[in-house]
Ligand binder design. Sequence first.
Ligand code: NZQ
Ligand code: ZN
Length: 388
Amino acid sequence: MLNYVHDIPTKVFFGHGAISSLKDALRPYGKNVLLTYGGGSIKKIGLYDTVIGILKDGGFNVTELSGIEPNPRIESVEAGVCLCKENGVDVILAVGGGSTIDCSKAIAAGVYYEGDLWGMVENRHGVLKALPLVDILTLSATGSEFDGGGVITNLKTKQKLGNMYTYPAVSICDPEYTFSVSAYQTAAGSADIMSHIFEGYFSRTMDSDLADGIAETILKSVMKNCPVAIKEPRNYVARANLMANSSVACSGIPEYGKQGTGWPCHAMEHELSAFYDITHGVGLAILTPRWMRHILKKDATSLPRFVRFAKNVMGLDGNDDMQLALQGIDALEAYFRSTGIPMTLTELGIGTENFEIMANHANAGGYLKNAFVDLTDEDIVEIYRSCL
Ligand code: NZQ
Ligand code: ZN
């Protein structure tokens, strides 16, 4: 088990009615609020009116940035930074899913960043000086409500890059705000939560019991609760479990004591989103079983971990380890398919045309050198091909 640092400064108010803490969460930072949100879902569910009511009642001055895109664009970050500077914003209030929160993190840091904002996205750095950020989460998926990272897209250069910006000071996580999330986004978000776990679970460090136990629990909980949430969108318990899993899965906690892997499926998926603007979780669901089969075939030393996954997570048993490992992967793919999302790149209209360049980008910077099984550009192309 390796050394680790626990450092998550975010205060989370979780559960029904958590929004009652909003005024007190914002007050320490000042009166001028930048309210950020996406394409309008928060208006449809009445959350926008609730938030505006609370802000008016609290005497806050509100500036708005709306229309933050799924796979948020650098242009939205630039627009937000301008609004903050023009209006003397003291604190950002992000209301939405991972895209709105990620974009708001980059805005919060961008206010203090000297130089080109795309440079801030591209350059590797740790947490930056930033405006305080409070968020109200409306989609269980990314864990952006409980981590310091954000992912920003530049459609002109076809890049989608993750980086560290700032941790939310406060996250308000009321599962009821996710009752309106579509079946498609529920399935995609759940696949994202599971992928955050897989990226750490399939690591060369096998003796971190706490991390592996949390990982297996989250995987089983997501596979139990996602189908319920799809069938019964207003099922509080299912939505609550997905939300709690979302925050912890991407927090680093399920990787404590483990060798970092560079997150290979995320590296491959961010290329798909950058080139084709697809939904992150769908790309991950398509890639994950194919990546698993590829690395199992490439490196037999990965077998025991796949056997553990088949037994502890997928509930399978058998005497032939290789057969069991493959059955575990098949069962995972069948589960993803049962949630109704596309399970091939062809269904998304993606062909082979950019596989080489995407593989080259995904592998750049040497981030995948400690992956559970190392991946060459050729491996990545092969994985993409197996997703067609
Ligand atoms: O834009 P609106 O109208 O709000 O609609 C959104 C959007 O169309 C909708 N939605 C959100 N909450 C809803 C809702 N619809 C109905 N009811 C609600 N309560 O869902 C759509 C997708 O929203 P988005 O925020 O894009 O989804 P998600 O939370 O999955 O975020 C995806 C982004 O986060 C990045 C992804 O790459 C992608 O750019 N990630 C961020 C991470 C992080 N910060 O740590 C880690 C992840 O691995 C991921 O890369
Ligand atoms: Zn993800």
